[in-house]
Write a protein that binds this ligand. Structure first.
Ligand code: AMP
Length: 417
């Protein structure tokens, strides 16, 4: 039987898995330091949660969702993103009644039927944060600054924060109309997707990778020139607050994010080091989404970053790999029983220990210890055991000591813990 993993869905193996674990630890610690609590939502949701809220012209809803009928003919979808599920849970559990400000974060797999390539997969992990109940521009700036600080913890270089605004229900319609009227005369030369966008969501033309569409988009006006007073004030305040926090950013006049729920602040963090898939993450305000999902009106802002892309950037680091403290080498059968008990007991008491049960020669056991980068090797057996002793070898200094078998475990615990 030749069964392989599904295209675009990856196994994560050692040693890469060590970077995953460390990334998760660093991310969780950082979010928790800023007052976020974790939320876990199911991987599967009702299809309408996404089809209604992400936007019917979004790439995700149009062609990327993993949608299937449940056994009772209900349409379900593997979550393609984390915000809509978090908002659904927030409304469902009336979390805002407990505290009108909610700061939540998640970490988990998302699913999109995209064309797999480096940095783009069909199952990929995202870490994300969602803040509910704060409309103030300080929140937008703090969120962005927090993320830049997070990426600095990973020593990422060459990052750019792109900042834009999508305006609001008041000012965006006029901008949309302007774009529509400017695009209509050249609609026939746009790509098929953009032809449809002209009528339904002309802002998305800025997201198109087609060279002709890109050329046309270049000369279009920016949403920033159409912001009403409130949105302009908010945008300027986000910029000023980012300056106060000494966070570098560039204003991107044509930044539009892929989902329909955004308003006002939108931002993206990109890198020079990932080729075509250069976005590490993106986010923005979505002040109307709680209402659309049946909750009370509540300002909100969020961000989602991709784990795989982060791992591609940070690579593998020796210090992130688990350390083996002791390899118990048994040159012959005589030390085996004792070594067996000792290794188990040491592990129970917090020492990372390894032992070989496959009957390898002493030489290959030593080789294995070396390969596993064991800090110490305990040789239990051979001539030493006749003298009621074992040999402890420090693998980096190569120094050897003879330890008595009586109290061996206590002595090892004292030295290794
Ligand atoms: P989005 O939800 O599309 O704004 O994506 C947020 C971040 O998730 C992106 O900036 C990427 O880092 C990551 N991401 C999105 N789609 C994929 C994918 N198909 N494969 C891997 N990472 C992805």
């Amino acid at each position: 039987m030749d069964i392989k993993s599904i295209r675009g869905m990856n196994d994560v193996l050692a040693p890469e898995i060590f970077s995953w674990r460390m990334a998760e630890k660093i991310i969780r610690e950082n979010f928790e330091k800023f007052g976020f609590s974790e939320i876990k939502t199911p991987i599967v949701e009702n299809t309408t949660l996404f089809s209604r809220n992400l936007g019917e012209t979004s790439d995700i809803v149009k062609k990327e969702m993993y949608t299937f009928l449940d056994r009772n003919e209900e349409s379900l979808t593997l979550r393609p993103e984390g915000t809509a599920p978090v908002v659904r849970a927030l409304v469902e559990h009336n979390l805002l009644n407990q505290d009108p400000v909610q700061k939540l974060y998640y970490w988990g797999p998302m699913f999109r039927y995209e064309r797999p390539q480096k940095g783009r997969y069909r199952q990929f992990y995202q870490y994300g944060i969602e803040i509910f109940g704060v409309a103030a521009p300080q929140m937008d700036a703090e969120l962005i600054a927090m993320l830049v600080d997070l990426y600095e913890k990973f020593d990422l270089k060459g990052l750019t924060v792109k900042l834009g605004s999508m305006g609001c229900e008041e000012c965006r319609p006029k901008y949309r109309e302007t774009l529509m009227s400017l695009l209509k005369p050249s609609a026939h030369i746009l790509c098929n997707d953009c032809k449809e966008r002209v009528e339904k969501n002309p802002l998305r033309v800025f997201d198109c990778k087609n060279p002709t569409c890109k050329e046309i988009a270049k000369v279009l006006p920016s949403m920033l020139d159409f912001l009403d007073e409130g949105c302009k004030k908010h945008f300027d305040a986000v910029r000023d607050n980012l300056v106060l926090l000494k966070t570098h950013f560039v204003v991107d006049k044509t930044l539009v994010r892929g989902f329909d729920y955004y308003n006002r602040t939108v931002f993206e963090i990109t890198t020079e080091d990932l080729g075509a898939q250069n976005a590490i993450g993106g986010g923005g305000r979505y002040d109307k989404l709680t209402q659309e999902l049946g909750g009370a009106a509540c300002p909100a802002i969020g961000y989602a970053g991709g784990v795989e892309r982060l791992i591609l950037l940070v690579g593998e680091r020796e210090e992130w790999k688990p350390k083996l403290q002791l390899f118990v080498v048994t040159p012959d059968e005589r030390g085996m029983e004792r070594a067996f008990q000792l290794a188990f007991s040491l592990r129970k008491n917090g020492v990372t220990a390894e032992i070989d049960y496959t009957g390898k020669s002493m030489k290959s056991q030593m080789k294995k210890a070396d390969k596993l980068k064991a800090k110490h090797v305990l040789i239990l057996g051979g001539t030493e055991i006749d003298q009621n002793a074992a040999v402890l070898r420090n693998m980096s200094t190569k120094e050897q000591e003879t330890l008595k078998l009586t109290d061996l475990e206590a002595e090892l615990l004292r030295r290794l813990k």
